[in-house]
Design a protein around this ligand. Structure first.
Ligand code: LLP
Length: 418
């Protein structure tokens, strides 16, 4: 895959813009995204499936990176969206997304979220329980509508990824087991205001070996055959969810072509329209997080590089012990040292890297944390009353501020003194 963050003459660039110029102009900590990378990765996935003779609807998963300018770029390239909340529907609406290209998953959809989605005319709900199906049915009835839904199946396969982001084992909260799903199909006519038009699976995230997709689809194919014979079911869509992984360190990730080749035979045999919901694959390697060194603190046990970014800005290392490559934006020193890269937050869990070999850096040097475009800013918080960082989108030789840094005033503005 092509990279859009590269070192040229000892300087890190995002497309044609030196990262140090962006840091100077907009301050640190800052997220920097490459528009060309987002579009390149979206198209790489699309082309791989087109080559297999499938024309998938690619619903970019908003949760990975929900900045409106990111959504707008993908919408213009033809993407639909996968949403998981009223807030994400609102974002999709803000960029003028077509409701009939959007799908809505999540185990806890509330009545008002369902109403909002139906009002908007969403393509379908990915339903995660029979109780939810019943609620969608009654909300649709009260609005004199017929809701389109897919049943999210829990195929009980192991995507072999981090425990927190594996979603299709029977002990996970997601989806409907095959036995219950069949019962729902048997009782379809009880739900007069819903039309079941698809099957959805999402087996996990950061999946680097795509064989578990085939495993899951094998079960789905068998299931669809069973219900088609028994319950007069006519489906139109198969949604394989998101989950395709990226390179953080030196993982070997199946290329989009390998993924497409693995999935295509099942989809073709089923004769259904393919939907997918990639998030990380599109956004992850399309963004970096840049922070500035405040101090280098040497203790008898360790070298700590203390930076102005922290776990509140990028929580993946603290939460999942996730590895992110880190390197100076303008490396100068030939000498290296082993250090922990840590933030100012009052927790020992506030780190970006432990025992990492880096060129020796000092105060005011910039560090880039790579592969931070997905599940970065979207998981940021105001912990320690730290303002949310700025977000910048680069398009070739121009850098645009697509979300300004929060001020202290922003942080307290919803509060009341009593
Ligand atoms: N579809 C559904 C129903 C999902 O739940 C998710 C992600 C996706 C699509 C997109 O998955 P992706 O293509 O991005 O793997 N915060 C974690 C990742 C959580 C993923 C949640 N669901 C992390 O930082 O690794």
């Amino acid at each position: 895959m092509r990279e859009f963050f590269e070192y040229r003459d000892g300087q890190l660039y995002c497309e044609s813009v030196p990262v140090k110029d962006i840091a100077r102009r907009f301050g640190t900590p800052v997220y920097i995204y490459s528009k060309s990378s987002l579009l390149y990765r979206f198209r790489a996935l699309k082309d791989a499936f087109d080559k297999q003779g499938l024309k998938p609807l690619i619903c970019y998963s908003i949760k990975a990176n929900s900045n409106l300018s990111v959504l707008n770029a993908l919408k213009k390239a033809g993407a639909g969206f996968d949403v998981v909340s009223g807030g994400e529907i609102y974002r999709a609406m803000q960029v003028g997304a077509s409701a009939n290209k959007c799908v809505y998953a999540g185990v806890g959809k509330r009545e008002e979220d369902i109403k909002m989605a139906l009002d908007w005319g969403i393509l379908m709900f990915n339903v995660e329980s029979e109780a939810e199906l019943a609620l969608i049915n009654s909300v649709a009835a009260s609005m004199r509508k017929k809701a389109r839904v897919a049943l999210r199946i829990n195929p009980d396969v192991d995507a072999r990824t981090h425990d927190y982001i594996t979603t299709a084992k029977k002990e996970n909260k997601f989806g409907i087991d095959l036995y219950t799903a069949e019962q729902i199909f048997a009782r379809q006519k009880d739900y007069k205001n819903v039309r079941i038009i698809g099957i959805h699976i999402h087996i996990g995230s950061q999946i680097v070996d795509t064989r578990p997709y085939a495993q899951a689809l094998k079960k789905v194919e068998r299931f669809i055959k069973l219900i088609s014979g028994k319950h007069n079911v006519k489906l139109r869509y198969i949604n394989i969810g998101g989950g395709l992984g990226i390179t953080y360190d030196n993982e070997k990730v199946d290329a989009p072509e390998v993924f497409a080749r693995r999935v295509a035979p099942y989809v073709k045999r089923l004769g259904l329209k393919l939907i997918m919901e990639p998030g990380r694959f599109i956004a992850g390697n399309s963004g970096i997080f840049v922070c500035r060194v405040i101090y280098v603190k040497k203790t008898p046990a360790k070298n700590f590089v203390i930076v102005d970014g922290a776990m509140n800005d990028l929580i993946r290392p603290s939460l999942y012990k996730a590895y992110h490559r880190i390197w100076p934006v303008s490396p100068v020193s030939e000498e290296e040292f082993v250090c922990d890269v840590v933030g100012p937050v009052c927790e020992s869990g506030d780190f970006f890297a432990k025992d990492r070999k880096l060129p020796v850096v000092g105060p005011s040097d910039l560090l880039a944390v790579f592969s931070a475009g997905a599940y970065g800013f979207v998981m940021a918080s105001n912990y320690n009353s730290r303002p949310l960082p700025a977000e910048v989108l680069v398009d070739k030789d121009r850098a645009y501020l697509v979300r300004r840094r929060q001020s202290y005033k922003d942080i307290v503005k919803l509060e009341r003194l009593i």
